[in-house]
Design a protein around this ligand. Structure first.
Ligand SMILES: [Zn+2]
Ligand SMILES: [Zn+2]
Length: 439
């Protein structure tokens, strides 16, 4: 379990508190398969005994040494409140007071407390501190991060001149960018990274881009839906899976069938229907983009929706839960047909969002299989397939010539793309990252 520990400076405007919480939730939502591994708490971290604190002192000495700063042990001890039972409480308010001069805070110093009561063994259970200060930061620093937490200066963000929704979006971007560092989005040795103020992504549309905090980047990114590029997402998933050993939610794949599910009654009375929301959002928007009509059977226990195209063809989607989907289609005269290609792409996008492979269910029509394969292979990176047919002559001959070519072209396109080998994963280490340059 990975716990986010919120720590807000006293007197911080409520809106920043809400935006911080929203940003952390948005970040968690990017990883639906690991959602259950996250928890959120508010307040100070209590440290049980003196040995632990000594370990923290050692850790912080190392961090300071690495960045060429002098670690002030005396002021470190002053950051703690001794409680009546002899244990210590890490107090953000006290820490901020000590790190402040001239009405500004040195948020690099706040990184001192970003350690774990379990000592310097970084693990899945190490909490992540989310410290947000009201004060502006020296050096115009918006945010800074380590593997153990992030410090954000709301004061600095507020002084940049953004207003309203822009200020909110900018502030949330800074929080999510720093979380990206904490979850090792741009670790050393990864492709498409550059070392400038810490490791950053070279994709200009990615929030981990080295100049993501500039006006230019902010405005460019405003039009984009996804905060992170595929490389950064893959790194973070890798980190969650292999370093934090997060448990994945079951089941582990999405099954697609070309025949409607037989079950007509809900399996249990308290069936969770929240999956309908995700499917609805996706198919509704997709239908709208195609200028097609979206309808949903609100009375049905399962998710049942139809998409009617202007030519009279109807795609029908039924889902008994979030991972068991059936897709069928009829032409204007009611004869069965292969569903619109966009439906396959929708389902692949849905699987991708959850980082799940797609299992080929009891699919009878070869053309249906081919469409699903194309959609999976077209995705960047391709979505893993379970039970896909082998691409041999026997299978290809079952397809109409046009479909054969489409499938072959997709496979060839993939081969031509430079498929770089996966970089070996490196154990994370504490690295300070900061967003500092003025605008
Ligand atoms: Zn990136
Ligand atoms: Zn950064």
């Amino acid at each position: 379990m990975k716990t986010f520990f919120f720590n807000f400076e006293k007197g911080l405007d409520e809106k920043y508190i809400n935006w911080t919480k929203e940003a952390v939730q948005d970040f968690i939502n990017l990883f639906p398969e690991y959602k259950d591994n996250f928890a959120i708490k508010e307040g100070n971290l209590p440290y049980k005994n003196i040995d632990t604190l000594e370990t923290i002192v050692e850790m912080n000495k190392n961090v300071y040494q690495k960045r060429g700063d002098v670690f002030d042990e005396q002021s470190f001890w002053q950051m703690f409140d001794r409680l009546p039972d002899g244990s210590y409480k890490a107090s953000l308010q006290k820490q901020i007071a000590l790190a402040s001069r001239g009405g500004m805070v040195d948020i690099q110093k706040l990184s001192c407390l970003q350690s774990d009561s379990a000592g310097n063994q970084y693990s899945a259970s190490t909490p992540i501190l989310i410290n947000v200060t009201k004060q502006r930061a020296h050096g115009n620093i918006r945010g800074i991060s380590t593997e153990l937490g992030i410090n954000i200066s709301a004061g600095t963000c507020a002084a940049l001149g953004y207003q309203g929704e822009d200020l909110k979006a900018y502030f949330k971007d800074i929080v999510i960018h720093e979380l990206g560092h904490t979850f090792n989005a741009t670790h050393e040795g990864r492709q498409n990274t550059v070392n400038n103020l810490g490791m950053h992504c070279t994709d200009k549309n990615c929030l981990m881009y080295e100049y993501a905090y500039t006006d230019e980047s902010f405005n460019r990114r405003k039009k984009l839906k996804e905060p992170f590029c595929q490389d950064c997402m893959a790194s973070m998933r890798d980190y969650m899976q292999n370093v934090l050993s997060f448990e994945r939610k079951n089941p582990n794949h999405i099954t697609l069938d070309d025949e409607e599910n037989q079950a007509t009654t809900p399996a249990t009375s308290n069936t969770d229907t929240s999956f309908k929301t995700d499917l609805r959002a996706m198919f509704k928007i997709s239908a709208l983009r195609q200028n097609a009509q979206y309808d949903e059977d609100a009375q049905a226990a399962h998710y049942v929706a139809t998409i009617t195209h202007t030519d009279g063809c109807v795609d029908k989607i039924t889902a008994t839960n979030k991972t068991t989907i059936a897709l069928t289609a009829k032409d204007r005269d009611g004869n069965p047909k292969i569903p619109d290609m966009q439906r396959f792409r929708d389902i692949v996008a849905y699987a991708k969002k959850q980082n799940l492979p797609i299992k080929f269910g009891n699919i009878k029509a070869p053309e249906f299989k081919a469409c699903l394969m194309i959609a999976c292979l077209e995705a960047d990176p391709p979505v893993q397939m379970i039970g896909a047919p082998e691409m041999n002559n026997e299978f290809l001959q079952k397809l109409a010539p046009e479909m054969q070519n489409k499938l072959k072209n997709t496979v060839d396109g993939l081969k031509n793309k430079q498929q770089l080998p996966q970089q070996p994963y490196k154990q994370p280490k504490i690295v300070l990252q900061q967003e500092t340059n003025g605008r």
